[in-house]
Design a binder for this molecule. Structure first.
Ligand code: ARG
Length: 588
């Protein structure tokens, strides 16, 4: 099914042709003066030059051609040469019925679906998830769902940070505390125990402790560097510790992501790239793309057109240890080999942009990815507190994600309880669902690349452009359907009639650009397009609801049409929030 804006443009283009003008001038946009018209075409202004006629004369001749079109209730030429368009009630209801009757509301599948690897989440093993990781998970999950809905194959990979200095730090600290563990005995050749020598809370306490020590104590730092290098070189005991750390940490991470309604197809990490590093390095040397500089191995990636300096991409440190660049490049090798992706996209803090510029260029230069594979960096901005500074705890420390979620949950619970409609246990469950919408919508309604202010009071409000407002609207619709069905009537396949009132028309008009919003969200990697669409749709529905007697409507045909319209709106909204990664409760 064609996208609305395309359908309208096609009709107007045909009008240009019939008026003896080139059809390319017939492009239509959403009106920038919704008070004056719904859609507009400014093509006559541009055509005036080519045809040496006043724009208004051309606009009038096109408007005349469009007068008989059943798509428009009004196609009017206005000075200096605009064509203002309003859709006809018949067209609007027909478009709504087409949406209601098609799979995915009429969104066509791509001719050739792409295989996309989406790298998001990016938590670091053995460190608690902090709010910095929230955005990657929330935005990435939504981008994944949108791309899937658009018909593509998306493989989500969490890309754990499990190969850097933090592993060496943990090993070092563990050795200080429990030097007798067999993992530290270089002569031990038996099997290692199945039970991990720590719990998740110990592990989470060990890392900050070790990191603090290593900043103050140079010899401790040296030890950690050595442990990192030995781990990377394959020291048995350390590898066994790594797999304990991974197991304990990953099951905890999975729990946390589950709470966020975020899931991954692959739980690979930086360490999974390790096996590909030696061959990659030797290929680079052979190609002559990598060379030694002050003991380190680097690839030059600067280009003549660079406006700022892009330093060489370092592949190995002078002690031979792998870096963040190295694992990211080697990760591309298995991704290409195992999945043949058309695209690899990374949802990462935009402050890492330089890292990705370097890696992408090195990957091209060293032929690590084929030319046909697109590499995308989807950088997101910082989540700030209401003071405009990066989000912190009240004490000024790094805020744990679980703390933040609990805070929002509690706030939501208090609100719901104070409304007094739900019993205690349902209020708890509902609070969790609504809190997640507050957090996710609060994030996703912003353009990903922008910084935004995490404002709990604003995000949890039932009014305004918030997740809870959208859910409140959905719950309202569900309740109308319940009442309708309780009175013995059934939602039927009956068609939506051409709208009679302004608010009914407004609702159909808000529904129609569904596909346009999905396409924009997919192509631009911007879930905020969907937020904007469902927000406007919710507003249009609430306006319709306040203006219309739905359940008490005496004209039964009209009432069935209202219910079909409501049902379509509900299904579209539920799809919208699913693409954003949250759900709706039955009541709230
Ligand atoms: N672990 C990294 C961090 O916490 C993010 C990883 C992003 N993905 C990647 N392929 N580099 O900053």
């Amino acid at each position: 099914m064609k996208e609305l804006i395309e359908l309208i443009s096609d009709e107007v283009k045909a009008g240009f042709t019939r008026a003896g003008l080139d059809s390319s001038y017939g492009k239509v946009t959403v009106s920038n003066r919704p008070d004056l018209c719904e859609y507009q075409c400014n093509g006559a202004l541009a055509a005036a030059k080519e045809y040496h006629k006043a724009p208004i004369v051309l606009a009038e001749s096109v408007a005349e051609q469009l007068a008989s079109s059943s798509m428009f209730s009004r196609a009017e030429a206005l000075k200096p040469g605009f064509i203002n368009l309003d859709l006809s009630p018949e067209f609007l209801s027909e478009y709504g019925n087409d949406m209601a009757g098609s799979d995915r509301f009429g969104l066509d599948l791509p001719k050739r679906p792409l295989t996309i690897i989406l790298d998001y989440g990016g938590p670091n093993v053995a460190k608690p998830l902090h709010v910095g990781h929230l955005r990657s998970a929330v935005i990435g999950e939504s981008i994944k769902r949108i791309a899937r809905f658009a018909g593509h194959t998306v493989i989500g990979d969490v890309h754990l940070g499990d190969w850097g200095l933090q592993m060496g730090l943990i090993i070092t600290e563990l050795q200080e505390r429990k030097p007798d563990l067999v993992y530290f005995d270089p002569d031990y050749s038996g099997d290692y125990p199945d039970e991990p020598p720590f719990t998740i809370s110990e592990l989470e306490e060990i890392y900050p402790c070790a990191s603090g020590k290593s900043k103050e104590d140079e010899s401790y730092h040296e030890k950690a560097l050595l442990a990192t290098k030995e781990l990377q070189e394959g020291r048995r005991g350390y590898r066994a510790l790594l797999s304990h750390i991974m197991n304990v940490s990953v099951s905890d991470l999975k729990k946390n992501y589950k709470k966020l309604n975020v899931s991954f197809d692959l739980w690979k990490g930086e360490s999974d790239a390790a096996a590909y590093i030696p061959q990659m390095v030797s290929d680079m040397k052979e190609q002559g793309t990598a060379y030694e500089s002050e003991g380190a191995l680097v690839v030059d990636v600067k280009e003549d057109s660079d406006k700022k300096e892009i330093p060489p991409c370092m592949i190995l440190k002078s002690d031979g240890a792998a870096l963040y660049n190295t694992t990211d490049l080697a990760t591309m090798i298995w991704r290409v080999k195992d999945y043949h992706p058309d695209r690899i996209a990374y949802v990462v803090d935009k402050r890492q942009e330089l890292h990705f510029i370097q890696c992408f260029r090195a990957a091209r230069k060293c032929n690590i990815v084929p030319d046909s594979c697109q590499l995308d960096f989807i950088g997101f901005g910082t989540m700030n507190g209401t003071d405009g500074k990066p989000y912190k705890t009240r004490e000024g420390g790094v805020m744990r994600l679980s703390t933040l979620i609990n805070e929002v949950d509690q706030k939501m619970y208090e609100k719901i309880i104070s409304n007094g409609d739900l019993p205690e246990d349902e209020a708890r469950k509902t609070a969790d669902i609504v809190a997640l919408s507050a957090i996710k919508y609060g994030d996703l309604s912003n353009q990903p690349s922008k910084d935004y202010i995490f404002d709990i009071d604003k995000f949890t409000s039932f009014e305004g452009n918030t997740g809870p407002y959208i859910l409140y609207t959905i719950v309202r619709m569900k309740s109308i359907i319940r009442k309708y069905e309780q009175s013995g009537r059934k939602l039927s396949e009956k068609k939506i009639l051409p709208p009679k009132t302004e608010s009914e028309r407004g609702l159909l008009l808000a529904l129609a650009p569904f596909q346009d919003s999905i396409r924009a969200a997919y192509e631009e990697n911007m879930p905020n397009r969907i937020c904007q669409y469902i927000y406007e749709l919710s507003n249009a529905f609430n306006h319709f609801y306040h203006e219309t007697k739905i359940l008490a409507c005496e004209d039964l045909d009209r009432q069935t049409s209202y219910m079909s319209l409501l049902d379509l709106t509900l299904r579209v909204l539920l799809t919208g929030i699913d693409l954003l990664g949250f759900e709706a409760p039955e009541r709230m």
